[in-house]
Design a protein around this ligand. Structure first.
Ligand SMILES: CC(C)(COP(=O)(O)OP(=O)(O)OC[C@H]1O[C@@H](n2cnc3c(N)ncnc32)[C@H](O)[C@@H]1OP(=O)(O)O)[C@@H](O)C(=O)NCCC(=O)NCCS
Length: 195
């Protein structure tokens, strides 16, 4: 129970960190579909790993209906995962997502083959994926890298790189540290929270 509360608090703090529009925690817990999707996925993933695959799929499908975010219960997702805006997101069964990863709306972490193998991407820590981007196949997006809005990525992206375009072209980021790209504190005057 304590672990669950700690996780919820961490996710709420993470939402504030990643979205300049985020205000009070109570409001955020009610209005952020991305938070609802990840909380539901955590339950569905536990069911999936304990062999309750049918109920896990049903829960994931119900969550998709409510949030527009489709996360396969088999996907492995780390801490401080944030989905901004929700809607139109697909995360495949064998996707692996590290800590501190952020996705905008319309992102697909998809497969290119129909075999039951590792066929979805691996996103290492602190990766950001821009709106509408498609990341396809069992490729790896390295730590601290960012995928530009609407890019189509089918090859590995090294750590601390930015990939833009179709097909995506990589260029190094200006820093070599594995840091998240978004730092709202740099440019936002925080309003006092509503609640
Ligand atoms: C890719 C991205 C991370 C690059 O950020 P950056 O390093 O600050 O890059 P800049 O804005 O300085 O742009 C550098 C160059 O890349 C181009 N570029 C930026 N984003 C691009 C994209 N998604 N696709 C194609 N080209 C892009 C710019 O036009 C610029 O080109 P130029 O050098 O010819 O002028 C960022 O543009 C992006 O797409 N972030 C996703 C944000 C998002 O999805 N927001 C949704 C909010 S609802």
């Amino acid at each position: 129970m304590y672990r669950l509360l700690r996780m919820i608090r961490e996710d709420l703090a993470n939402a504030r960190d990643h979205d300049p529009a985020a205000r009070g925690d109570v409001e955020n817990a009610i209005v952020y579909s991305g938070l609802h999707a990840i909380w539901s996925h955590r339950v569905a993933h536990v069911l999936w790993t304990r062999g309750l695959r049918g109920p896990a799929r049903v829960l994931a499908q119900f969550t998709r209906f409510l949030t527009g975010v489709e996360i396969h219960p088999g996907a492995t997702i780390g801490r401080r995962f944030f989905i901004d805006h929700g809607m139109g997101i697909v995360i495949g069964e064998t996707a692996e997502i590290g800590d501190g990863v952020m996705l905008y709306h319309g992102v697909t972490l998809g497969g290119q083959v129909l075999t039951q193998t590792k066929r979805h991407p691996t996103l290492e820590d602190n990766v950001t994926v821009g709106a509408g981007a498609k990341v396809l196949g069992p490729i790896t997006i390295g730590c601290g890298s960012a995928i530009g809005a609407n890019a189509v990525v089918t090859k590995d992206v090294p750590a601390n790189h930015i990939a833009v375009g179709i097909p995506a072209v990589n260029r190094p980021r200006k820093t070599n540290e594995c840091k998240k790209l978004v730092d709202p504190d740099r440019y936002v005057d925080k309003e006092p929270p509503l609640f």
